[in-house]
Design a protein. Structure first.
Lengths: 118, 112
């Protein structure tokens, strides 16, 4: 199956600093990647859709200036949490959309990044 | 907007008992996908159902897609401790088939 890596797996930072998270598709090209946020014992909350070569599409309520997304190549998307605050602490997961040949897309997830802002 | 409802939210079973989680939508779905997330892990794709009334099996897991393509279920026979985790259903968004609309998930705990 498709493999997606994510780095770092865990990060602790001070309030006010920026944190960059990388998402890579290792054995395939991904024109579309997704960034999710997940709080403990809750479902996945889609933050934005990352499109290679174009601007990301953000979900309602997600600040694009706060969560910067760059998808500069077919195998890499980055999410930068700018001026992080304790309320940004969460589990951030990326996924890559893979076509199944039937017009339907499934998603393969990276291992996630646990962000703790002190 | 399009929503996918999933029940129950939590389920505790004794090892060896069966388990079922249900997914429902008010609109017809083009497909339904199921994912499993182990505690501390990330969602892992299990299966995709496309056809009306489709039934697929993976060992002790049985997945069904309703005739009207508005509901789906995942049934685990004789649960084991390795089945512990949260099971999510998801469906492709009608307006953008690359986005997934996620159920809230069912967390399964298995007592040995």
């Amino acid at each position: 199956g498709a493999v997606v890596s994510q780095h770092p797996s865990r990060v602790i930072c001070k309030s006010g600093t920026s944190v960059k998270i990388e998402c890579r598709s290792l054995d395939f090209q991904a024109t579309t990647m997704f960034w999710y946020r997940q709080f403990p014992k809750q479902s996945l909350m889609l933050m934005a859709t990352s499109n290679e070569g174009s601007k990301a599409t953000y979900e309602q309520g997600v600040e694009k200036d706060k969560f910067l997304i760059n998808h500069a190549s077919l195998t890499l998307s980055t999410l930068t949490v700018t001026s992080a605050h304790p309320e940004d602490s969460s589990f951030y997961i990326c996924s890559a959309s893979v076509g199944t040949g039937t017009g339907i897309e499934t998603q393969y997830f990276g291992p996630g990044t646990r962000l703790l802002v002190l | 907007g399009q929503q996918v409802m999933q029940i129950p939210q939590y389920q505790h079973v004794q090892e060896g008992e069966d388990f079922t989680t249900y997914c429902n939508s008010s609109t017809t779905l083009s497909n339904i996908q199921w994912y499993k997330q182990r505690p501390g892990g990330h969602p892992v794709f299990l299966i995709q159902l496309v056809k009306s009334g489709e039934v697929k099996k993976q060992k002790r897991l049985t997945f069904q897609f309703g005739e009207a393509k508005k509901n789906s279920s995942l049934h685990i026979t004789a649960t084991q401790t390795t089945d512990v985790g949260t099971y999510f259903c998801a469906a492709n968004n009608a307006g953008n088939n690359r986005k997934l609309i996620w159920g809230l998930g069912t967390s399964l705990a298995v007592n040995p």
